[in-house]
Ligand binder design. Structure first.
Ligand code: F6P
Length: 373
């Protein structure tokens, strides 16, 4: 019996998504005789039943394309903005799944998508997920597709910043994406030879960062590159956030709890502009001219690297095979050269952070990189 499958891409786009769609689609149609449709713009397209056939020519010529041919959004099934209201549209999505006579839905996404996919699974849908994000923070997989491409882009940026920092004897602080994890900054920082690497998992002391730069200066190195993750945080701010979170847990009174929550929100919002503030502070402490470069969305754009195309193809074809075998409710994880089906329940709601004793950190420390701690 022919199986019918749907595919959607959700959350921030990531290089390799089209390679994964192609991998699923070609394996499903050519090897397993399935029919495949895509839903546009993530869970919103599923709710609105906006579909596209993913067969034959639709799957050709997309391997090397960045972004996602399906489009994406950050919409969540249970909190969907509809007509000026925020509604739980999970049941509407279940109905669309049934209307299309689907046997399985493949959701390509990061941590948020894993949680949203689990919600649909709990409503009885046959779900498979694939881990994508430039942040590499999806729990349970060795690596996510998108990470390798973003790593190359961020590394190349650091390479280029070196020559201008060197020529002007400046500090250049380069902000790298990664949400609340430091994988991208750590990888690009080491590969690009950054002198200081600041990641959320290791709160920094600005005095220590300045001291590392001063030491370089005394050794005749007139410039420094500081690679900072967008989520990196000073020790002081980390303590304030932790205290605010504890306060919410401990407060019983409803009104006081509201105030505590508001305080936490204010603290979180004040993180915006952190890289700028750090740069100004470093200039003040070291008396060295300093500049900021924020790499931003350029890290997510363009052609996927060969490693990401390969990974996405491996995971995509494995997903088609799992559907053929009737295995659902899993995320297809990369495990060495193999793939592994991990129960979605074990993945959703967790995040893979950089362990402070990770071997990459050890290597960086022994060659003199400062983590500002
Ligand atoms: O999760 C990928 C990511 O690029 C993060 O690194 C970053 O924090 C976030 O998405 C940016 O989101 P948006 O594209 O919605 O601004």
């Amino acid at each position: 019996m022919t199986k019918h499958i749907g595919i959607l891409t959700a959350g921030g786009d990531s290089p390799g998504l089209n390679a994964a769609i192609r991998g699923i689609g070609k394996a499903a149609t050519r090897t397993y005789n399935m029919s495949v449709i895509g839903f546009r713009d993530g869970f919103r397209g599923l709710m609105e039943n906006r579909t596209v056939r993913l067969e034959g020519n639709a799957l050709s010529g997309i391997l090397t394309l960045g972004g996602t041919i399906l489009g994406t959004s950050r919409d969540k099934p249970h909190k969907m903005p509809v007509g000026g209201k925020t509604l739980d549209m999970t049941d509407a999505m279940v109905e669309v799944y049934q209307r299309n006579h689907l046997d399985a839905l493949v959701c390509l996404g990061g941590g948020g998508t894993m949680k949203n996919a689990l919600r649909l699974m709990e409503k009885g849908l046959n779900i498979i997920t694939l881990p994508k994000t430039i942040d590499n923070d999806v729990y349970g997989t060795d690596v996510t597709f998108g990470y390798d491409t973003a790593l190359s882009i961020a590394t190349e940026a650091i390479d280029r910043l070196h020559s201008t920092a060197h020529s002007h004897h400046r500090i250049i602080v380069v902000e790298i994406m990664g949400h609340n994890t430091g994988w991208l900054t750590l990888g690009a920082g080491i590969a690009g030879g950054a002198d200081v690497i600041l990641i959320p998992e290791i709160p920094y002391d600005v005095e220590q960062v300045a001291e590392a730069i001063r030491q370089r200066h005394y050794q005749g190195k007139g410039f420094s590159i500081v690679a900072i993750a967008e989520g990196a945080i000073s020790k002081e701010d980390a303590k304030a956030l932790q205290d605010a979170r504890e306060a919410i847990k401990n407060v019983k009174d409803k009104a006081a709890r509201k105030v505590a929550k508001k305080h936490l929100k204010t603290l979180e919002a004040s993180h915006k502009g952190n890289t700028d503030r750090l740069t100004r502070k470093l200039e003040e402490l070291t008396h060295l001219e300093s500049r900021v470069t924020i790499l931003g969305h350029v890290q997510r754009g363009g052609t996927p690297s060969p490693a990401d195309r390969l990974l996405a193809t491996r995971l995509g074809t494995a997903a088609a095979e799992l559907i053929h075998d009737g295995v659902y409710g899993v995320m297809v994880a990369a495990r060495g050269d193999h793939t592994e089906a991990i129960p979605l329940k074990e993945v959703a709601g967790k995040r893979k952070t950089v362990p402070p004793d990770h071997p990459w950190i050890k290597s960086a420390r022994v060659i003199g990189v400062s983590f500002g701690d």
